[in-house]
Design a protein around this ligand. Sequence first.
Ligand SMILES: [Zn+2]
Ligand SMILES: [Zn+2]
Length: 346
Amino acid sequence: MLTVKAYAAPSATEPLVPTTIERRDVGANDVLIAIAYAGVCHSDIHTVREDWGPITFPQVVGHEIVGEVTAVGGDVTKFAVGDRVGVGCMVNSCRECENCAAGMEQYCLAGNTGTYASVDRDGTITQGGYSTHVVVDQDFVLRVPEAIPYEAAAPLLCAGITTYSPLAHWNAGPGKRVAVVGMGGLGHMAVKIASAMGAEVTVLSQTLSKKDDGLAFGATDYYATSDKETFKALRNTFDLVINTVSASLDFDRYVKLLRLDGVWVNVGAPADPVSMRVFSLFANRRSFAGSNIGGIAETQEMLDFCAEHGIAPETELISADEINDAYERVLRSDVRYRFVIDTATL
Ligand SMILES: [Zn+2]
Ligand SMILES: [Zn+2]
């Protein structure tokens, strides 16, 4: 076992504190990664505060991890010491079910193993990236291209793939009108990726306060959802809507923005059930869908796509002792657009 530094939540109601945790020995198929940067995802906060259900404490979160390989197991063929790598939202899956066999480990029928707060296949509770080191099976490690700035690469492992996967699946590209609801960590990546894919991108945000950023990231239009005229002006417009907002919306009103065969995809999730009149979907043969991160192969494809197109998240680098303040700022949407922890400060 390897004892490493980390920042952990002692309970659902206390601030995160510096601590040490144990990492497993590097097994035959494992890679030891010295973590350089860890992104701060809204899910981290939901998890440690038990918004999504009870967890085991102390808990280290963080599933946007980049770093350097410092040791490999005897059977590792995909990575070598010195490689620049990433780890996203999952670190294992059953590898046998039909979804795993199809390369969609995120939809593992036995449940994928989350990077934190999950029971690993060996029965231990996984601990995330707010830490100096992590040991991960080589099959769940990604290669981070040199063209992506190191500290900016981290948020691609969750915010990047969570938006790339539905955009790719529902064919965002030339001739397609895509709307992105919400301009936070996920939303700003959806704008950059969809426009790089060639789609015509519109941002729907509560106010116009981030309009200049949205247009700079590649959107051609930007509307305030606080303005009723927006819903009249944009009725029957979009082929695809990526909803990154985790607050509940008036879905009857929003899905009317979809044109014929348009698809509404949720990647943000309110904690409570939502309600909608099914009649709202009849017109224009609309679909209401969800999407969860991406498979390992697709995550590599996303990283390579971002390198090729010069896309990277907008980040604000923080030291580990700023994490609790950063959480408060994420909850106020006061971040442009993703906090990244410099783990050298742990
Ligand atoms: Zn996340
Ligand atoms: Zn599976």
